[in-house]
Design a protein around this ligand. Structure first.
Ligand code: NAD
Length: 470
């Protein structure tokens, strides 16, 4: 059993000033697999001071020096891909079929940042004025637990590409994963103080980062509720913020879609990361004219998404991260039933044979867009099928949400699918697939957040224009 008692500050493992000890529990079997001593506001201040010292020199590095660093980080993370995958499966119960490609993508994000940095004009001239894009300052990077390696690599790659130093506060539910990631940072031989990591509670360590006048920018991924707190509290020091928040993404199945393809894809999109994914397509918009076919296809493909051991490559849905999340998902399933939604698959309680561990039954409801199960982010494997009349009705329902992180469209006529996609108010819309592009911007409309990550957009979020006039 691993005991974590240090933070990573100024290139060293530093004993935690905070004293609270938290158990780390494997959600697939409820066994305690480690303990972490959580940092406090003093640990946060030490990390911020180290990042501030390092900023004086790191902000002056050349593009080429930072590119070299990004390459080293890519190699270092890639070399530990298997270890990162295994610990992510063990610590938060992510299914290996999701986690393994995410870790690979996390390593590759450094190469994408390098490519974006190569092409980014950092100096622009307007007449006799020269505009340079300057690193904004010390960046506070605050991440959730649901794809730890990805969020850490994505945020750090952009901050480094821009010439910012960082204080990272990963979720306390990712403490073991973060230790492997720290070994990658050491292997990459980062200059001291460029990246400092404090594990602790959000309302303690995170809040100190948000309060600190020495932190110029917060890049946050997490819930909309915490995002609002960060924006409000950050206003006192005029923080720059990038907020990547929740979603309730629509997946429109057009009436010409091949259901043998579109339905298994819809289940992969809806149950992604056991439903614990911000971009999960949890509202499945199905044409009324083909509702019976959709029901039949769902029944055919659901067995492939049974809950089970997350380390088994065949498992589609793993446990929820902790008991709190298990309770939350159960409450939503109950609510769906109370609201009158029809249960097409799953339902309340543990799946048979999986009474130990925070497993839920992957659940599909047939409901309406005004139900809580269709409006609120559940963050579990719960899908709501919502029937629509025609394309206009589908677009209206898709946009009738407070969120706007992602959208999905499936259909045979690609021009028609593009027309529908172009009307969805979301940061990304994927046509006929679960698609990714590490250079494409990622972020949300409406309550799904502010700002964009990945590629040039991600780097620019850590830059500030300065004009020199002659
Ligand atoms: P969360 O908001 O509870 O926590 C996220 C991080 O913020 C954690 O590190 C937490 O310790 C910290 N935090 C909590 N309170 C804070 C405060 N007052 N000040 C500063 N930091 C604080 O979210 P979670 O439960 O860890 O993750 C699930 C949520 O994240 C879901 O809503 C999901 O949609 C969202 N998410 C969004 C994206 C995206 O890219 N848009 C990606 C993944 C997850």
């Amino acid at each position: 059993m691993q005991a974590i008692t240090t933070h990573y500050i100024d290139g060293e493992a530093v004993d935690s000033h905070g004293r609270e000890v938290m158990d780390i529990v494997n959600p697939a079997n409820e066994r305690i697999i480690g303990q972490v001593t959580l940092g406090d506001d003093e640990d946060a201040r030490r990390a911020i001071a180290a990042a501030k010292r390092a900023f004086a020199t790191f902000s002056q590095t050349t593009r080429e020096e930072r590119i070299e660093l990004l390459r080293r980080l890519h190699k270092a993370v890639l070399a530990r891909a298997d270890d990162l995958t295994n610990i992510m499966v063990e610590e938060y119960g992510g299914v290996v079929q999701f986690v393994a490609p995410i870790v690979q993508a996390a390593a590759d994000v450094f190469l994408a940042a390098e490519q974006a940095l190569q092409g980014l004009p950092l100096v622009r001239t307007w007449g006799s004025t020269t505009v340079t894009l300057e690193p904004v300052g010390v960046a506070g990077l605050i991440t959730p637990w649901n794809a730890n390696a990805m969020f850490l690599c994505m945020k750090l790659s952009s901050a480094i590409a821009a010439g910012c130093t960082a204080v990272v506060k990963p979720s306390e539910l990712s403490s073991l994963q973060t230790q492997v990631w720290l070994e990658c940072l050491r292997a990459a031989n980062l200059p001291k103080g460029v990246c400092n990591v404090v594990i602790g509670r959000g309302e303690v360590v995170g809040a100190e980062m948000v309060r600190s006048p020495d932190v110029a920018k917060i890049s946050f991924t997490g819930s909309a509720a915490v995002g609002r707190t960060i924006m409000r509290d950050g206003a006192a020091t005029m923080k720059r913020v990038t907020l990547e928040l929740g979603g309730k993404s629509p997946n429109i199945i057009l009436d010409d879609a091949d259901l043998a393809r579109a339905i298994p894809l819809a289940l992969s999109i809806g149950f992604m990361n056991s439903g614990q994914a911000c971009l999960a397509g949890t509202r499945l918009l199905a044409p009324k004219s083909r509702l019976d076919d959709v029901r039949r296809a769902l029944a055919d493909f659901m067995p492939a998404f049974a809950a089970g051991n997350p380390a088994d490559p065949k498992t589609g849905v793993g446990p929820m991260v902790n008991l709190k999340q298990w309770d939350r998902v159960q409450a939503y399933i109950r609510k769906g039933i109370e609201e009158g939604a029809e249960v097409l698959a799953g339902g309340e309680g543990h799946p048979p044979g999986l009474e130990t561990g925070f497993f839920v039954k992957p659940t599909v409801f047939l409901g309406t867009n005004d139900m809580a199960i269709a409006r609120e982010e559940i963050f579990g494997p719960v899908l709501t099928v919502i029937p629509y009349e025609d394309d206009e009705d589908a677009i209206r329902i898709a946009n009738d949400t407070e969120y706007g992180l992602h959208g999905y469209v499936s259909g045979a006529d690609i021009e028609r699918a593009r027309r529908v996609a172009s009307r969805i108010r979301a940061g990304r819309v994927a046509i006929n697939g679960l698609l990714d592009d590490p250079l494409a911007p990622f972020g949300g409309f409406k309550s799904s957040g502010i700002g964009r990550e990945f590629g040039a957009y991600g780097i620019e979020a850590f830059l500030e224009p300065r004009a020199i006039l002659e």
